[in-house]
Design a protein around this ligand. Structure first.
Ligand code: 13P
Length: 256
């Protein structure tokens, strides 16, 4: 049985003091919820402070990106070694990185390798554009992204995958539970083909794209969906808490 995971991707939101306020709002409620892995991913500049605030908390910390070299003359970049002291998870290959920062599949592949080597747990994002979706290319795009991101990676223990259709991100137009479940089933199948059935069954795969407290149940009631990667709604404490709480309740029913 895979433990569900809800991750909040704060993107480029919150100053350090705003991050402190949000963590203080979230922490008491999140700590009462069990059987769900809760991860928040604030901006780099807040990681050290948030790490302090989460001492003795069951809420875990992630970063939103890394650079694939461990150190050196790469002005402005942050490496896996730096992050490994601060957090446990790292989002890799988010569509906003692909779109605005020209991250290609080979770059994402290097980032996945760097993260795993440093003992970080990657949350690897894949997903198709609207035009690709409309052209019926979702399966081939997602499969290709996955294969290239994982090329030469022998062991994906600790890796979480996230299906984030680009047309659903920040648009208020989430995929349907069934649509997301079908693509996530495909992702699991591809992982099975690459790493074997045992790994496929053990790997968590999330849905992301306009997840809110209102549609959480639609996704978490699907058998293949192991949680959510939440953007906008993760910046509102009541919304994020409700998403995590509903996830715990739904999984409780599943296991009973
Ligand atoms: P929204 O939840 O704001 O659509 O963002 C999703 C996302 O990109 C999470 O990584």
């Amino acid at each position: 049985m895979r433990i569900p995971l809800i991750a909040g991707n704060w993107k480029m939101n919150t100053t350090v003091s705003e991050a402190v306020t949000l963590v203080n709002e979230l922490r008491p409620g999140l700590d009462t919820i069990q059987n769900v892995d809760k991860v928040i991913c604030p901006p780099f500049v807040s990681l050290a402070k948030v790490k302090e605030l989460l001492q003795k908390s069951t809420t875990r910390l992630g970063a939103q990106n890394l650079y694939f070299e461990e150190k050196g003359a790469y002005t402005g970049e942050v490496s896996s070694l730096m992050l490994a002291e601060l957090c446990e998870f790292v989002i890799i290959g988010h569509s906003e990185r692909r779109q605005y920062f020209n991250e290609t599949d080979p770059i994402i592949n290097k980032k996945v390798k760097a993260a795993l080597k440093a003992g970080l747990k990657p949350i690897l994002c894949v997903g198709e554009k609207l035009t690709e979706n409309e052209a019926g290319r979702t399966e081939s795009i997602v499969t290709g992204q996955l294969e290239l991101a994982l090329a030469g990676v022998d062991n994906i223990d600790g890796l979480t995958a996230a299906y984030e259709p680009i047309w659903a991100i920040g648009t208020g137009k989430a995929a349907s539970g069934k649509q997301a479940n079908d693509v996530i089933a495909l992702i699991r199948w591809v992982i099975g083909r690459l790493y074997g059935e045992k790994t496929a069954q053990a790997t968590r795969i999330l849905y992301g794209g306009s997840v809110t407290a209102t549609n959480t149940a639609e996704f978490l009631n699907q058998p293949e969906i192991d949680g959510a990667l939440v953007g906008g709604a993760s910046l509102k404490a009541d919304q994020f808490l409700s998403i995590v709480r509903q996830t715990a309740e739904i999984r409780d029913l599943f296991t009973r």
